[in-house]
Design a protein around this ligand. Structure first.
Ligand code: FAD
Length: 306
């Protein structure tokens, strides 16, 4: 049986779009399957200051549109559907299934990235979309001039807190440690802003409200004190998990679900490649995702024509 596509790429984030740019320019018939929106995490990122070539920074959504345009210009097809399962990965013709279709390709590039973690506390699901959010860029504007909370202490938490500080009255960072994990430059920017307040060594135990969120019940880990902290919104940035559940037991992965790839992004199955944030040892940076995508595409091309 001949495969419909030379290569199918799962995920149209930075890694998948970069891979697609290279496979189409190498004249490989390419399909990209995307479950949500092309751009992936770029769509929920405000300003990116460390992607080379943009000395003044670039908005995540703007960059994502440019990447999509560049990739489709060379003929990559993007279809909006979730890859629900894969089959025959050890065979020359690999199968990808969405809820109503089946596609075949001789090469498969996995670029399904990662998604935010939830806190897992009472009220989080109940107030999602009514005060609890995982995307400052999408929802920050609803809370213009109000007091909000950000949970987390890494790069994403500091990046997005800073974005919020330009819109809201105050941003209180709730962090379970007494120091941040975020890059120094992001820390310094936050510490210099009069809009920031800090609840160090605190965790959120519950979200409380009526129709909409009204407060976060927090615990001071040092004193043990539990109290309600009024807030109009809570933006949660407590890490990511790779979107690889559909590949469990099929591709070699670490305990958290990151897929192992060699220096050419080859996985343990022939003709199957991993790139971007879903890859084990990924630095989870945009430039790295782009580089991974390119490497995976070149390996797929090389193996295809060998
Ligand atoms: C708030 C925030 C700020 C950031 N700031 C920076 C920064 O300043 N600098 C920097 O270098 N990096 C930053 N990053 C990280 C950077 O955005 C990521 O490293 C990069 O975008 C990852 O790209 P990716 O293609 O690997 O994954 P993703 O962007 O996660 O893309 C994966 C795509 O796959 C899709 N998908 C998932 N499962 C399936 C499936 N089963 N079938 C089909 N499609 C599927 C998803 O919908 C998504 O579109 C930030 C990230 C966030 C969240």
């Amino acid at each position: 049986m001949k495969a419909e596509y030379d290569v199918i790429i799962l995920g149209a984030g930075a890694a998948g779009l970069s891979a697609g740019l290279y496979t189409t320019r190498a004249m490989m018939k390419t399909l990209i399957l995307e479950s949500l929106g092309a751009g992936g995490q770029l769509l929920i990122t405000d300003e990116i200051e460390n992607y080379p070539g943009f000395p003044k920074g670039v908005k995540g959504q703007e960059l994502s549109l440019m990447m999509e345009e560049q990739t489709t210009r060379f003929g990559a097809e993007i279809e909006y559907a979730e890859a629900e399962s894969v089959d025959n990965l050890d065979q020359p013709v690999k199968v990808v299934r969405t809820y109503d279709k089946e596609y075949t390709a001789s090469r498969l590039i996995i670029a399904t990235g990662g998604s935010h973690n939830k806190l897992g506390v009472t009220g989080e699901d109940e107030y999602a979309g009514r005060g609890v959010s995982y995307c400052a860029v999408c929802d920050g504007n609803f809370f213009r001039g109000q007091d909000v909370v950000v949970v987390g202490g890494g790069d994403a938490a500091m990046d997005e807190s800073y974005y919020l500080s330009g819109i809201v009255n105050s941003v209180t960072v709730v962090h379970r440690r007494d120091e941040l994990r975020a890059t120094k430059v992001l820390q310094e920017r936050a510490f210099a802003s009069p809009k920031f307040k800090w609840l160090w060594s605190h965790v959120v135990e519950e979200f409380v409200g009526n129709e909409i969120l009204e407060s976060a019940r927090v615990r001071d880990l040092k004193s043990g004190e539990v109290y309600e902290y009024p807030t109009a919104a809570a933006f949660i940035y407590v890490g990511f998990h790779p979107n690889t559940e559909y590949l469990r037991g099929i591709l070699d992965m670490d305990a958290a679900g990151h897929i192992y790839g060699d220096q050419h992004m080859r996985t343990n199955q022939p003709g199957v490649y991993i790139c971007g944030d879903a890859r084990a040892e990924s630095t989870r940076q945009l430039g790295a995702a782009v580089g991974d995508g390119i490497t995976a595409a070149l390996a797929a091309y090389h193996d295809h024509s060998a």
